[in-house]
Design a protein around this ligand. Structure first.
Ligand code: NAD
Ligand code: DAU
Length: 359
């Protein structure tokens, strides 16, 4: 049996593919990896799989119905795990169109192709099939300080074009279950960090800027709170949901690790100072408060008790162990960092941070 992974050349998707195919107790079914290779997709993440027949890479768009139909008919996967998305909130503010196209229309196309494909399968195959949709805690909106963490019953209150597009996709997945009986599972996860994280997002951006002696841009006062989860733990949670999750259910995934951005940036600075001291002085000197993100959500926090109760998943890493591993990975993979800092990346940094003055 095969599984179809979409967006498997991105940050979380490539970690998922690598973990899935890694030796040692985990399932080793082959993977067909459908990825459009946007600016965020990177085949270098998967270089260690070169020549591995268990990994078939297909460059293409989840919105391409003919292609998706062909892949389903050819490979007859027993599951689809949908990571493919536009994922960066700041980019969604600058250009929301791509988010609607991929996150909403792309998910719709995958659902429709799957619905039709399932009709051609034998009952047993159809019943064993799963469509796992990877989503985000941002669909729930922003929490007041001290408010209880998001449960799966929290209303959807998305505030950015990104989170609105993800919320729309979650609604489509829900509707295809209730209306057509598609065997779906949805996960809503908090902020990930770890290897292969594209340096447009806070933690890798701070690492690469700090190493280059560049300013570390902190939006507004830096007291926005996120719940951070090591990417390997997210991948393990997805495997658990795929294996044992109840069809039609959603599962929140989080790290029980709420931290304000300013503390994250200070921690990364301290680790870099320890692992690679800078003769010019402590990296915290580079922290620069800049104009806030429009509509910036103040706080996210995930209540992950359901997945623990039903599926026995809990994060294996603490923030302290995960962030140390992550900083070390970036120090040891300067070649990867150099490769992703292409012309397109430099253009984004210039456009996004160029005119961003202090608040
Ligand atoms: P990413 O931006 O690093 O990767 C996205 C991948 O999808 C890229 O490889 C890109 O090439 C591919 N892609 C984009 N549009 C496509 C299309 N139309 N067809 C096929 N492939 C396409 O994103 P990520 O951080 O790895 O996030 C993966 C998923 O997890 C997303 O759905 C995101 O919403 C969700 N998520 C992310 C986080 C996080 O902290 N990064 C947390 C919770 C949920
Ligand atoms: O919560 C899950 C979400 O986490 C995912 O769904 C998204 O795909 C993922 O990108 C992430 O969204 P955030 O907006 O929380 O991540 P980002 O790394 O962009 O920002 C984290 C926090 O840091 C946020 O409060 C904004 C702030 N920030 C970010 C950047 C890039 C800064 O202060 N400075 C920066 O330069």
């Amino acid at each position: 049996m095969t599984i179809l992974v979409t967006g498997g050349a991105g940050f979380i998707g490539s970690n998922f593919v690598l973990d899935w195919l890694a030796a040692g107790g985990e399932p080793t079914e082959p993977i067909v990896n459908l990825d459009a290779l946007t600016y965020a997709g990177n085949l270098h993440n998967l270089a260690s799989l070169a020549g591995d027949a268990r990994h078939v890479f297909v460059r293409g768009d989840i919105g391409d119905r003919l292609l998706v139909d062909r892949l389903l008919a050819e490979h007859r996967p027993r599951a689809i795990v949908n990571f493919a998305a536009e994922s960066h909130v700041d980019r969604s503010i600058l250009g929301p169109g791509a988010f609607i196209k991929t996150n909403v229309e792309g998910t719709f196309t995958l659902l429709e192709a799957t619905r039709v494909h399932l009709q051609s399968l034998e009952l047993a195959e159809r019943e064993a099939f799963r469509f796992l949709h990877v989503s985000t805690d941002e669909v729930y909106g922003s929490l007041a300080p001290g408010a209880p963490a998001f449960t799966e019953e929290h209303p959807f209150e998305p505030n950015s074009p990104y989170s609105a597009s993800k919320a729309a996709s979650d609604h489509l997945v829900r509707a295809w279950f209730h209306t057509y009986g598609l065997p779906v599972l949805t996960t809503n996860c908090s902020n990930n960090y770890g290897p292969y994280h594209f340096p447009e997002k806070l933690i890798p951006l701070v690492i690469v800027n700090a190493l280059a002696g560049k300013p570390l841009p902190v939006y507004g006062d830096g007291w926005q709170v996120r719940d951070w989860l090591y990417v390997g733990d997210h991948c393990a949670a997805i495997r658990a949901v795929l294996a044992r999750g109840r069809v039609g259910e959603t599962y929140n995934i989080g790290g029980w690790n709420e931290k304000p951005n300013i503390e994250i940036v200070q921690t990364v600075c301290a680790l870099l100072d320890e692992m690679r001291p800078d003769p010019a002085g402590p990296r915290a000197r580079l922290i620069t408060h800049v104009k806030d993100r429009p509509g910036h959500d103040r706080r996210y926090a995930i209540d992950a008790r359901k997945i623990e109760r039903e599926l026995g998943w809990r994060p294996a890493e603490t923030f302290e162990t995960g962030i140390r591993k992550t900083v070390r990975w970036y120090l040891e993979h300067a070649d990867w960092v150099a490769q992703v800092q292409s012309g397109a990346y430099r253009d984004w940094v210039a456009t996004h941070y160029g005119g961003r003055t202090a608040p």
